[in-house]
Ligand binder design. Structure first.
Ligand code: ADP
Ligand code: MG
Length: 268
């Protein structure tokens, strides 16, 4: 017998549904309530920015979506399928580039491609090269990671997470450690890559202007335990300039809302 129509899961590539996620971390001496009843529906190809103060559970939420951490309650489905563990179509790019220092730039991008068992080595080489070109680093393919600037390392990390062609890219404060000028260049690059590659992206940040520059929607999380407080659709045309007055107006509105929720410093 077929299941009732409302119970049929239709695979929708790039769709992400987070439903009622709560999470506590228990140690022998204490308990931290990290997330409380977080629900989020992300459309295929949508760029979502989650903004919240340090310690509100942003990384925990991304880890749960990635399938690296189990929630206490609630569920995540990606591409119309329940998330039960990590998968090639949900990759995380971290703040401090988690590159392997003993591998070259090319070796790091190739490492990400180990996830693609369907490709032979020649195909992996070609994809690695094309992704280094995408982030403007083809000339540095043979360089060691320690020879690169912070911005270049994050470009390699971006190439490494995009090369396996995940449908959903999860970015955990990927630009936070960079200086302002390098960050501004990467805002342009990330917008261009997102528009050409049509990935679903969930990016967490504590930088409101960054969120307005990149997101279709900016979602505010409360201090711990993190829960969703407010959603701001951003309808500014792209590519967006982080220094434009219009962007600053949106950011000021969101910052004012954040200040209402917070009793702590709001960056930018
Ligand atoms: P954010 O990324 O927003 O700064 P996190 O998700 O890293 O916040 O952490 C949320 C809270 O959960 C923090 O208080 C943190 O110390 C705690 N936490 C995160 N991971 C663990 C863990 N594995 N064990 C215990 N506590 C944790
Ligand atoms: Mg974090």
């Amino acid at each position: 017998m077929n299941p009732p129509a409302d119970q049929v899961t239709v695979p929708i590539p790039g769709q992400l549904i987070v439903e009622g996620i709560s999470k506590r971390f228990k140690t022998s001496r204490s308990e931290v309530h990290a997330l409380d009843d977080v629900s989020l529906h992300v459309k295929p190809g949508e760029f979502i920015c989650l903004v919240g103060p340090s310690g509100c559970g942003k990384s925990t939420l991304l880890d749960i979506i990635a399938g690296l951490t189990k929630p206490d309650s609630g569920s995540v489905s990606a591409d119309g399928q329940p998330v039960v563990g990590p998968g090639r179509h949900r990759l995380v790019m971290f703040q401090e580039s988690a590159l392997f220092p003993w591998l070259t730039v090319f070796g790091n991008v190739m490492f990400g491609l180990k996830l693609r068992a369907d490709l032979n080595n020649a195909e992996r080489h070609e994809i690695a090269n094309s992704h280094l070109a995408l982030v403007g680093l083809q000339k540095f393919a043979r360089s060691n990671v320690h020879e690169l600037s912070g911005g270049m390392k994050q470009r390699v990390a971006l190439a490494r997470s995009l090369a396996p062609d995940p449908r959903i890219l999860l970015m955990d404060e990927p630009l936070a450690a960079l200086d302002a000028m390098t960050r501004e260049q990467l805002y342009s690059d990330v917008q261009e890559i997102w528009q050409s590659r049509k990935k679903t992206i969930v990016l967490v940040t504590h930088n409101v202007r960054e969120a307005v520059c990149l997101g279709d929607r900016v979602i505010l999380l409360s201090p711990r335990p993190g829960s969703i407080r407010e959603t701001f659709p951003i309808d500014l045309p792209r590519p967006r300039d982080i220094n434009s007055p219009e962007l600053a107006r949106h950011a000021a509105e969101i910052t004012a809302a954040l200040k209402n929720y917070l009793t702590m410093d709001v960056p930018d």
